[in-house]
Structure formats: C-alpha cells, structure tokens
Design a protein around this ligand. Structure first.
Ligand code: SF4
Length: 488
C-alpha cells in the first residue's frame, strides 16, 4: 500500500518531503482554542496554503474544522513525528506510521544517548552545545572550536551605539504578499466577525517568510546585510529599529520552511571565506544548533506536565489586560510599552525584549507562569508549544526551581538603561527606586527579591543580590511602594 505523508504546519519545507503523495490539513479549531495574534494566524494559514499550491496534484488538501474530520478511518498515513504532545497523541490514535522527527540539527536519539550517558550529572546547555559541535564538526578546527573559543558572549554584549536611532543597516528585504495572503486576510476577517476566532494585534503587511523560497531569500538577505552586526548587537535595543541585526528566521525555521543545518552551513561558510566575524557566526550557531535544539529536546525530556506542574516562586497574578490585548498605550514604563507595541505590530520581539523586559516584568510582578507561557505561544509568530516552556517556565520565570537556569533572570532599570535607548523617553528614572519617579523595574527588582528571598536563600548564585537586599536602607519603603503600584 502506498503511504500518504501527512505533514503539519511545522513541516512545510523540502526536508519533510520524500517525493511521494502528501496530505495537508488546515484545521480551523487550532485557531479557535485561545486568543491568537492575527499576524501569527495569518502566517500559519498562508504557509499551509502556499505549500498546498506548490505541491499541486501531489497533495490532498483539506480545509476542515478538526483534524479528525480529514483523517478519521484512514489506514494509509505516515507522519514524521510532529512537534507537540497533542499532535503526537493524535497521529498515534489515528494509527499513522511514525517516522523519526526532523527539522533540528540533532536527532532525538542523539540527545537521549548524550543525556543518558551523563548519569546523574545535570543537563547543561553549555555541555550539550560543546558535545554537539564536537560530534557534528560544526565550526570546529579538528578538536578545537574555530577561532579558539567556545563562547564569544563577551564580544556579543555591546550596547547600542550612542545617540543612534537605528543601527544604520539596510531595511530587510520584505516578502511580497500575493492573492493567497489576501484570501487569508479575508477569511480571518470573516471568522472574527462570526466570533469563531479571537484575534489580537495587527496583521500586515506580512513580514515573515511563508515559503521555502522566501525563507532562503531571508537567509541570503541576513547574510548580506546583517550577519556581521548580529553578534555585537545581539542584546542591544533601539526604539527606531525593531529588527536590529536579527535574522528574522525563527518563524520560518519553526514552520519547517528552512532546515537549520542549511542556515548554519551558510553562515559558517561566510566565516570560512573571511566575510563574517567569528563572534557573529558563533552567535548564530549557538542560537540555532545550541539553544533551539536544546529547548526542543528539553520539551520531551521534561515531560508533558512540565508547564502545568511548576511554580517554584509561587507566582499567581493574572496577566494584565495591557498584555492580553497587546495595548501599549495602557503601559507607562516606556521599555515595556515599546516592547508590547512591537509585539502588537509584528507578533515578534527580539531576545532582550522578551527576556529582560517582558519576562523580567512578569517575573517581578509574579504573573502565573502557565498563563504567561501560553501568552508567549499565542502572541509570537515563532511561538510553538515546544519552544516556549524551557524559555518561559524555565529560563525566564525560574518557575521550575532551577532545572533549566541556575538563577532567575531578574534585573533592574540599570541593565535596561545600558542596553536600550528606552529610558530617555520614559517618565521614570532608572536610578530611582523610591518616590514618584521610581523606575518600576528598579524598585520592582528589590520588591521581587524581598518576596522570593525565602525560596532563593539557598541558591549560591543569588547570594550577592540577596546580600544587597539586606543592606538596602529603604527596603521596607520600596517593598511597600511596589505593593501599592497600580501602573505598568
Ligand atoms: Fe523602563 Fe525604568 Fe527605563 Fe522607564 S526608566 S524605560 S521603566 S527601565
């Protein structure tokens, strides 16, 4: 019996296509489960429909309400193991033949062998990253890392150039919308009017790739215009430059439109040809072959209940409407307002806006980690069920008590003031922790430490910040002020 390859929205590129017949299902129920960013809904539908058009006669394309409406009763399906617990349960229930997952640099079997071989030793990103590079030979000179160092973080933490409005790089070459995008937009309008979907944020013009060809063009543009500046300014933020030197590849990578190995081979070739600095190239390799693979494997390793079952810092506050509705005008803190504005406009923000501004704010205010995780999944164009838990529950909120990161990523306004230009346009002062000008991040940092001190007292990486808290002469007044703060 000829098998039909059932592909999902994370499997839309050539690396999931072995040339046979295909099945593609656009299941609207996926968009109906929770409020979702309009640009993200657009991107998923547009990518599925573009793939269906590309595959032509080779694909059965079903637009249905639920997956089951298209696959129930079939006994001819095979799938490359999909990327969520929910989808894996479905394909097994349907009885599809399962092939090993693809779309990452390392296989699940490779990771299991590495992790099991460590016995009781902690699983650390840096250990995985080095082992991965040694095993694959990526950016290696024999047994040594190319350039002589495993890590160029020191070179990659530059603040934005002084008084700059942008990094001064050419605008990214944006994809061009077509009739499929117009049709998607009309469908979303109709479904929203009918009350079937709850869409948040702006939709358009489309800024992220939805086909393999567009993803390749994004990669080429990144290499030509931004790769050299990616490393040094990886952590920097400017109000007038929402993309900075970032690649914009996370969404197409997570849609499966481009193979991460292709991205890595391309940037490493630039280094070997002397056209890109090692710090930038190693930064890309670390993000994609290191961190992206790492959180993928942790998603399976930490188990289905990881997101629901961890709340080590006892955070129970509900997310505020300004975040749920992506409304920057309800936020006074300029850094947070600008970051949420970016999410509202593009369904995307870069690493420091996610971790050190939005995540840091959520950590300080004690938002419920599960709700925050789901918000990141729904509001970001690259948000998937597998990518967010280790990032949000683990790294950003420290809700797992230290499985993913050894300490919480909490910081005051001084860090934001150094790495962004936001504070100049803010009514608060990052140096002030008490009074009407008190920066909610600076004061919030101390109030956060005060709240979590009993839980983190035994964490040696927190010894210094907690000693600082104990020395704070106005500790009580700051904590009292923050407990009464009614603005964001
Ligand atoms: Fe953010 Fe504080 Fe700076 Fe305002 S002063 S932008 S709230 S860090």
């Amino acid at each position: 019996m000829e098998r039909v390859r059932w592909i999902f929205a994370g499997q839309l590129g050539e690396q999931f296509d072995d040339g046979g017949r295909m099945l593609l299902v656009e299941a609207r129920s996926v968009l109906e489960r929770a409020p979702i960013h309009r640009a993200k809904a657009h991107l998923i539908l547009s990518a599925i429909r573009h793939r269906a058009a590309e595959l032509g006669d080779r694909v059965e394309f079903h637009q249905v309400h639920r997956y089951r409406d298209a696959v129930a009763g079939r006994d001819d399906l095979e799938v490359i193991d999909p990327t969520s617990y929910r989808a894996r349960a479905l394909v097994r229930e349907v009885g599809a033949r399962i092939l090993p997952s693809r779309g990452f640099v390392t296989s699940e079997a490779d990771f299991a062998a590495w992790a099991d071989g460590r016995g009781a030793k902690r699983l650390l990103l840096e250990d995985f990253y080095r082992a991965m590079r040694q095993r694959t030979g990526i950016l290696m000179d024999g047994d040594a890392p190319a350039g002589g160092q495993w890590n160029y973080d020191h070179d990659n933490r530059q603040p934005p150039p002084k008084n700059a409005v942008t990094l001064g790089l050419p605008d990214p070459r944006w994809p061009e919308e077509d009739e499929i995008d117009a049709e998607v937009r009309a469908d979303l309008d109709r479904w929203q009017a009918e009350g079937r979907v709850r869409l948040v944020g702006a939709d358009g013009p489309r800024r992220f790739a939805v086909t393999a060809a567009e993803a390749k063009a994004v990669l080429a543009d990144f290499v030509e215009s931004r790769l050299g500046d990616f490393g040094p300014f990886e952590d920097a933020t400017l109000t007038g430059d929402w993309t900075m030197a970032h690649s914009l590849l996370s969404a197409p990578l997570n849609l499966g439109l481009i193979d991460p190995v292709e991205v890595i081979d391309t940037v490493v070739a630039e280094y070997r040809a002397g056209r890109a600095p090692i710090a930038s190239v190693e930064g890309v390799v670390r993000q994609i072959a290191g961190w992206r693979d790492w959180v993928w494997h942790l998603y399976w390793r930490l188990g289905e209940n990881y997101t629901d079952s961890h709340n080590a810092l006892g955070a129970h506050e509900p997310l505020p409407a300004a975040l749920l509705e992506l409304d920057p005008d309800r936020i006074e803190a300029n850094c947070l307002s600008q970051s949420i504005r970016g999410v509202a406009e593009h369904g995307w923000a870069h690493h420091i806006q996610r971790l050190m501004i939005i995540g840091n704010h959520a950590l300080q205010r004690g938002y419920e980690p599960r709700q925050l995780n789901d918000w990141f999944v729904s509001m970001f164009v690259d948000g998937t069920p597998w990518v967010m838990p280790a990032n949000v529950i683990g790294m950003s909120q420290h809700a797992d008590g230290g499985i993913v990161a050894t300490k919480p990523y909490a910081a005051g306004g001084a860090y934001i003031s150094k790495m962004t230009d936001y504070c100049g346009g803010c009514r608060f002062n990052p140096k002030v922790r008490l009074g009407p000008d008190a920066c909610p991040f600076t004061a919030g940092y101390w109030a956060f430490l005060d709240r979590v001190e009993p839980v983190l007292r035994g964490n040696h990486r927190m010894a210094q910040p907690l000693a600082g808290l104990r020395r704070l002469a106005d500790r009580e007044a700051v904590v009292d002020q923050e407990s009464r703060r009614d603005n964001l």
